[in-house]
Design a protein. Structure first.
Length: 447
């Protein structure tokens, strides 16, 4: 019997898990050697984690270490890859330079300087997030807000800009390395209300981060309850992006204000908003612990809908069977598969990226294994500067092999749903690598 079914049939068997004191111990570069399972890693592996974690963010907590990682399968375990920096995440040259500094006990200043140089080469701000998506008011940039697609405003509440653990492939990695200039945030909800008040064509607010579920319930309440006011009637859908079901499901079960948090969602639903929890699972294993199952059950009970979106990443989930099983589990548990993303062109992308033709093959080989209820998932899609571009397949037209693409979201609303064709290229990894098919000079969105 699957863990999910046995949990639903025998919840009392798992009660001990919920009653246990939950120490929220967080590990990073400074207390790596305190991880109880650290002896599973060789000295060399521990050293390489330190080298990479001086450049890319690293944070993992006790729950992930105890419940999700299979320590007998290191380094291949997908959740280990998801949370622990790996030597291949830096270019060899950069890795060696950083390793030398650490071996020679270089001072902090030197290490920070090199880290800064390497980070600049890792495209810290992909897709014009800071230059093109941040709206202005009275010539001032509205901090904490992004607005790219007409219907949906993104809000980055200041208190929700961190996570319980960090994903090694995170496309917002730059905001976790303590560089203030690189960080989006806003302590100022008034910007948000002002902006929404004057944009009546916005129907969706997407609260994101970091992880907004890291916030205290009362702060989430303060941000969201004003949206029940009549002047925000046009905001029909409140989406909250979160990875907490994976990294800290106790957030919805035993945390001090867990019930209060669920009440906020319940109240928004009862008063007429559609609340969508945008979950993030990379592997089915994340949703199979009794705690994750209970967290999902409690979230659904509020009347919120749960959807899932996730990138396809090499070394973690580049296998159609992983996706098929994940989607089947999700549908069974009441989570609607929504997006499969292509890993963005930032951070340790060389370690995670897959050729576009492969992303499509994996999507197709996964989707053909599941019923129509899972085929709500779109993808594989690139969140690129002009919009979200879906690879719909490959075909041959007049003897030319092409990618069939579709713009599913566009910076210009007129672009939405436009199909287009690109030259087939086995090496293409991102939209920038594609050339228009049939000898055309430009894609329609390049004018
Ligand atoms: C994906 C995305 C959205 C949401 O798009 P939907 O297709 O409505 O889910 C909004 N803003 C940005 C910047 C996005 O990348």
């Amino acid at each position: 019997m699957s863990k999910i079914l046995s949990f639903y049939r025998k919840p009392e068997k798992y009660q001990y898990l919920f009653n246990r004191e939950q120490p929220f111990t967080v590990y990073g570069i400074s207390n790596l050697d305190k991880i109880p399972q650290i002896h599973y890693l060789s000295k060399e592996q521990q050293f390489s984690i330190k080298v990479v974690a001086n450049v890319l963010p690293f944070r993992v907590n006790q729950y992930v270490i105890d419940e999700l990682i299979d320590w007998t399968n290191i380094p291949n375990d997908p959740i280990f890859q998801l949370t622990f920096p790996q030597p291949g995440m830096l270019e060899e040259q950069d890795y060696n330079k950083m390793a030398d500094l650490i071996r020679n006990d270089a001072d902090k200043f030197q290490i920070r300087k090199l880290a800064g140089e390497i980070r600049q080469r890792l495209n810290p701000h992909p897709g014009g997030q800071q230059t093109l998506n941040v709206p202005t008011f009275n010539k001032q940039q509205l901090e904490g807000i992004q607005h790219k697609y007409r219907e949906t405003v993104l809000f980055f509440p200041g208190r929700g800009q961190t996570c319980h653990s960090y994903c090694t492939f995170c496309f917002r990695w730059a905001q976790f390395i303590g560089d203030k200039d690189l960080k989006f945030s806003s302590n100022e909800a008034s910007h948000l209300y002002h902006y929404l008040r004057s944009h009546k064509d916005v129907s969706d607010l997407l609260v994101t981060g970091g992880d907004p579920m890291i916030m205290k319930a009362r702060h989430l309440r303060d941000y969201l309850m004003p949206l029940l006011d009549k002047e925000f009637e046009h905001i029909q859908n409140i989406r909250i992006g979160t990875k907490s079901i994976t990294f800290w499901p106790y957030r919805f079960i035993t945390d001090e204000d867990a019930d209060d948090l669920l009440d906020v969602l319940r109240e928004l639903v009862q008063k007429g908003k559609h609340v969508a929890i945008m979950t993030h699972f990379n592997h089915w294993r994340e949703m199979e612990t009794p705690m994750a199952i209970e967290a999902i059950r409690r979230l659904r009970e509020t009347g919120a809908t749960l959807r899932s979106q996730s990138p396809l990443v090499k070394n973690i989930n580049d296998d159609p069977d992983i996706w098929a099983k994940m989607w089947r589990n999700q549908v069974r548990m009441g989570i609607i598969p929504y997006y499969m993303f292509i890993e963005r062109d930032t951070g340790a992308k060389n370690y995670f990226e897959l050729p576009l033709y492969r992303t499509w093959e994996i999507y197709r080989d996964a989707i053909k294994q599941v019923s129509g209820l899972s085929r709500t998932v779109r993808g594989p899609s690139m969140s690129a500067t002009p919009g979200k571009v879906e690879i719909q397949g490959t075909t041959e037209i007049n003897g030319e092999k092409v990618f069939v693409c579709r713009m599913i979201q566009g910076r210009n609303p007129e672009w939405v749903q436009r199909p287009f064709f690109a030259e087939y290229d086995e090496k293409a990894m991102w939209l920038d690598d594609l050339k228009p098919a049939f000898g055309e000079k430009k894609f329609f969105f390049e004018d």
